[in-house]
Design a protein around this ligand. Structure first.
Ligand code: PLP
Length: 435
């Protein structure tokens, strides 16, 4: 309660802004993820790794736009290229352009894709990847992972972080009832469970177009695949002629210069990308093997979008591709490893009921002493401590992502000294919890 009092005392203008904004925008925000109780902090501007809120406070940004700001806020290369597009290239042609082709060629190479198409959001990319899988297999049903989030498309609005009351605690079985949504039938399986996936595919494989999953779940803090799990999913899909779609909207460049699939050595049929590839501009993509992407070439499906591949966003993508070299990402990852080591030390020193999990430049503290392998394990972690840890940071000038299921990001604008601030505050939190 004292921490919440401290929050409201230092964020008065954000509170006032939320009252005003709520009169035009439901909940006073433009995406339901932007809302939290009692009200979210409103940001006036950002630069590098820092945010300035409407109360004039400086906050170290560890959310970095859910990972979209991997290159840092107002990255000079992005600014220069976008400015050039704005002032001399034009912002929209709705015709092919050499810039879009060049970005496609770069992404083709970087992410190991035969072909890809641009969209404007992760949600759209998921929708079209699913459409492509359905067109290719001539099947309609989809399998997704329990608790997983994949954007706002109807077929993905199933079992998104459900309440425990709706799934049963512990290892209660997932209801054997397929979800019948507007966009077709969806089966739900737990992450890291090949047996359950095998059963669903054996029973319903002939009607299933694709398994959709994040290779590493980054919407439940960070949940890593067990050794061999992703290869097992790949093999199970192959056995039943089911396509594998890796949703790399959150992993992408934050998992490494070529994304999570290549880092983990498992090749999906289709991949969705967004966030980190656009330098903060609305860029997303879906792509995959030549064989599957032929569905767009030969008209088995269509893919549309007025703003797809527009010059402004493509200019930002070129900049991101230039900036996100293996060396640059390795350096940020090294800083992250240093941060994680120090936080691990504090957890041990104060015997906190927690552990760290990381992938690439992202990391998180999970408030549980046992590893989290799936959604139910995640629901059994200590949410009170997670909330306190988040609020503790916010009250001391660190904005970690505004959901207890998110992770911090070491962007290319974060220096080790900035990450030390996180470590310092975590140490104080440890002391307070043990004191
Ligand atoms: N897929 C995953 C894994 C995501 O985390 C998100 C957004 O957070 C999406 C898809 C949807 O992306 P967008 O918000 O760009 O529509």
């Amino acid at each position: 309660a004292a921490e919440w009092d401290r929050f409201t005392a230092s964020t008065g203008k954000s509170g006032e802004h939320n009252v005003r904004a709520s009169k035009s925008l439901p909940l006073g925000v433009t995406s339901s993820f932007q809302h939290w109780d009692p009200y979210p902090i409103s940001i006036a501007s950002a630069r590098g790794a820092w945010l300035t809120d409407v109360d004039g406070r400086q906050l170290l940004d560890l959310s970095m736009g859910f990972g979209a700001m991997l290159v840092g806020h107002l990255n000079p290369v992005v600014v220069e290229r976008v400015q050039q597009a704005l002032t001399s290239t034009g912002t929209l042609f709705v015709t092919p352009s050499p810039t879009a082709t060049e970005v496609a060629e770069r992404f083709q190479k970087r992410f190991g894709l035969d072909m890809l198409r641009f969209t404007n959001s992760g949600t759209e990319s998921l929708m079209y990847a699913i459409r492509a899988a359905r067109a290719y297999t001539r099947r309609k049903a989809i399998v997704k992972i329990e608790g997983g989030y994949h954007g706002g498309y109807d077929a993905m609005q199933v079992s998104v972080k459900p309440a425990l009351a709706d799934i049963g605690p512990g290892d209660a079985p997932i209801p054997d009832v397929p979800f019948d949504v507007e966009a077709g039938t969806v089966y739900v399986v737990p992450y890291n469970n090949l047996e359950r996936l095998g059963e669903i595919l054996a029973q319903h494989g002939s009607e299933i177009a694709a398994v959709v999953m994040e290779p590493v779940i980054e919407n439940l803090a960070i949940v890593l695949p067990d050794e061999g799990y992703l290869a097992g999913v790949r093999a199970a899909c192959d056995q039943h002629g089911v396509l594998l779609i890796f949703d790399e909207v959150k992993t992408g460049l934050t998992a490494g210069a070529a994304g999570a699939a290549q880092r983990l050595g498992v090749k999906p049929d289709l991949i969705t990308l967004a966030k980190s590839i656009g330098g903060g501009l609305p860029l997303a993509a879906f792509g995959g093997t030549n064989e599957v992407m032929q569905v767009v070439v030969d008209g088995r499906m269509a893919h549309f979008g007025t703003y797809n591949g527009n010059p402004l966003v493509m200019a930002a993508a070129q900049a991101v591709d230039d900036i996100c070299t293996e060396d640059a990402l390795d350096a940020a990852e090294k800083i992250n490893v240093g941060t994680l080591d120090q936080i691990d030390g504090i957890i041990a020193e104060f015997q906190l009921p927690a552990h760290t999990v990381s992938l690439g430049v992202k990391g998180c503290v999970t408030w549980s002493t046992t590893p989290v392998r799936n959604y139910r394990d995640y629901k059994a972690t200590d949410f009170q401590l997670a909330e306190l840890s988040w609020l503790w940071g916010v009250n001391r000038g660190i904005l970690t992502p505004p959901g207890l299921d998110e992770q911090w990001l070491v962007s290319l604008a974060h220096a080790a000294v900035e990450m030390d601030t996180l470590v310092e505050h975590f140490r104080e939190l440890g002391q307070a919890l043990r004191g």
